[in-house]
Design a protein around this ligand. Sequence first.
Ligand code: PMP
Length: 375
Amino acid sequence: MSQERLREETINFAAGPAQLPYEVLTEAQKGLLNYNGHGMSILEITHRSPMFDQLNQETNDLIRTLLNVPDNYKILFLQGGGTGQFAAVPLNLTSSNEDVVDYIVTGQWSGKAAKEAEKYAKVNLVLPKQDKYTYIPEPVQWSFSDKPRYVYYCANETVHGVEWPEIPAVGETLLVCDASSNFLTRSMDVSSHALVYAGVQKNVGCAGLTVVIVREDLLGSVRKDCPIIWDYTTQTKMKSAYNTPNVWGIYILNLVLKWLQDNGGLEAMETNSAAKSGILFDMIGRSEGFYSLIVEPKYRSRVNIPFRVCKDDSPNDELEAMFLKESAERGLLNLKGYRLVGGIRASLYNAVSVMDTKKLADFMRWFYEEYKLRN
Ligand code: PMP
């Protein structure tokens, strides 16, 4: 059995589900037993009650305010994860399997979305195929189709650590964004998009809930073969409660959004994200090649940072295994990179503080001194 620990002794750098704010967890403990003094657990209240209506509306309003969502966009809370949206997007935004849709694949998640969309539409891949996703090719290499129904991109590739520095320019074409892993870590111009969605289990909540922000004029023309739970038109009419919604997920999202607001809102999250990633980039830059970043500077994610530990200028599996062992012993958890990329990955979502990140950087400095300088 693994060693028993206190929560205060660990920092969770997982890529999602991920660390949640301590204050949110302590508040949620209360709601688990007795939600807002109603004498019932949040898990026990019905979605056909004024209590839920209020929670649902308040959570909707919080997102609208924090992200500055324009009035002509609807905000939905759906189930089925980000992966559900890989199908829901084409099923809501195309009229048949003959429609052409453009996918900008910059890593594993946009790749999976494109593959799923092939079941429902003709998919054109905008970028040349890449072996390793370490940058985003320049616009001269992009090849859009003639009249795609929409262009799809992933704002931050969680596995590869590739983040769009700006919104891709697509002219008048509808633009769809998967913002699952950088949602509410920076400001975002929603009005440049037809649709933005995000699974909340990284920056703003727990697994089982996806926020979908969709422009109003796109509603009303859903395909007949779209499962009704992902039909944006029906779910808009029913305020995300056509069927039993994930009440717990909406509750946790609500608490995290309030925490976010109390802690300086989006501006503070954006400043913190830059500070946290800067701390790690700086440490890695000073390590004389002992640590090496994988992604090119312009496209480096501020939230998922994959890197390698090297010996004689090459990634070294033994050193990386030792890095993971030593870090875990010090309570720095879940730093193992995704198997496709290997190495180490530090995810610095909203609830991972600047102080948490400094502790990781301190550990990395110690490990470097111990294993590079003494050998
Ligand atoms: N998109 C991105 C960017 C992700 O990181 C993930 C999950 N890690 C998904 C989609 C899929 O989300 P889910 O597991 O909730 O289906």
